[in-house]
Design a protein around this ligand. Structure first.
Ligand SMILES: [Cu+2]
Length: 163
């Protein structure tokens, strides 16, 4: 009996770990936010975006917006290919499916002339490469021992009750 219960605890622990580690919120442009003349391609270059992560676009509402477009809309800086325009100034975009995602600012010529365009590739969770030692994974690296220690403590407590 005890062994099947500990199996359940083990499996539950695994799911807690898997779900809590996986989701990362990326602040687009970091402290610069979604703004004029920022190099978003360099910003995105060494980041690994996974299904379940999200992007946060921060800007003064009204000054910019965020249009989700396709590859053509991205190349032409045209929101007529857009699949929804976000305007809140704190726009959270969940990355729900793998593949290429394109975002542009639809205000004035911000996309054409001021580089307000971002393209990323979202990977399925199962195909994630090993975490790289760059800053993108720093938060999850720090979270793992904490969460793991917490779960081990709980699991250990439950197991000791069964004995
Ligand atoms: Cu703009």
């Amino acid at each position: 009996m005890a062994s099947s219960r500990s199996t359940i605890i083990f499996v539950a622990t695994f799911f807690v770990l898997a779900t809590s580690i996986s989701a990362t919120e990326y602040i687009v442009g970091d402290a610069s936010g979604w703004s004029l003349d920022f190099d978003y391609q360099t910003w995105a270059k060494d980041k690994v975006f996974l299904v379940g992560d999200s992007l946060v676009f921060n800007y003064a509402s009204g000054a910019h917006n965020v249009a989700k477009v396709n590859g053509t809309g991205f190349q032409q800086c045209s929101t007529s290919f857009s699949n929804g325009i976000l305007t809140s100034g704190q726009d959270v975009v969940p990355l729900l499916t793998p593949g290429r995602k394109w975002y542009i600012c639809g205000v004035g010529k911000h996309c054409e002339l001021r580089n307000m365009k971002l393209v990323i590739t979202v990977l399925p969770q199962t195909m994630a490469p090993a975490p790289s030692p760059v800053t993108t994974s720093a938060s999850s690296n720090m979270a793992v021992p904490t969460i793991h220690g917490f779960v081990v403590t709980i699991a250990g407590g439950l197991l000791s009750l069964l004995v």
